[in-house]
Design a protein around this ligand. Structure first.
Ligand SMILES: [Mn+2]
Length: 200
């Protein structure tokens, strides 16, 4: 199967989503990352989580994650080291023995003040600006093969704050992927030190 075991994951979320069972079900919104790794499609040791915080998961789930070799950049580490430093490190891991990157964005990675319309809000997250800049950088610098944006809950939203952010995540990703492909066609080598990232 093309790409099987050769795609790494960059997973933005307040939650690990690596639970074993939720309300008696193997398939809930807290289990997808465990099922994905169990399937063998993605390697646990090429699975990078960014923005985790709060009081879940329990120790036995954290133990399972450690056995898989998963790497989680919790908000405390991001605050201490800086988001860009964490991303730079994650990129190196993601591209080791992998051909592509899947970018999964749970909107609750952002602070509820920036994304209130979600089912399991967790205080102390990224700003909208940090998320948009991260998505742009990932899609410019890495061979992204797929993107999803999940957990937007319109009934909980206010003034379309969350919906607008999710929309802009998609636009940032598509625009950056298009730019990367255009540069590849033109033979332009993108220099991260140049001011593209400092555009709007
Ligand atoms: Mn979440």
């Amino acid at each position: 199967m093309l790409g099987h075991g050769r795609v790494s994951m960059l997973h933005f979320d307040a939650h690990a989503d690596t639970g074993e069972i939720e309300f008696g079900s193997l398939w809930g919104h807290g289990q997808p990352m465990r099922r994905l790794i169990e399937s063998g499609a993605l390697r646990g040791d090429r699975f990078l989580q960014i923005g985790l915080r709060g009081y879940w998961p329990p120790p036995e789930t954290l133990d399972w994650m450690a056995v898989q070799g998963m790497r989680s950049y919790e908000m405390t580490e991001i605050g201490r080291r800086g988001l860009q430093d964490c991303l730079t490190e994650a990129f190196v891991i993601a591209m080791d023995e992998c051909d592509g990157v899947f970018l999964s964005v749970d909107i609750d990675v952002c602070d509820p003040g920036h994304a209130p319309g979600t089912g399991t809000p967790e205080p102390g997250g990224l700003t909208a600006r940090e998320l948009l800049d991260s998505v742009r950088r990932i899609c410019l610098e890495l061979p992204v093969v797929g993107v999803d944006i999940v957990e937007v809950c319109p009934p909980f939203d206010h003034a379309d704050i969350t919906a607008a952010l999710a929309n802009r995540v998609v636009l940032e990703a598509l625009s950056a992927i298009a730019r990367r492909r255009q540069d590849a066609r033109d033979g332009t080598v993108w220099d991260p030190s140049q001011p593209l990232l400092e555009g709007r």
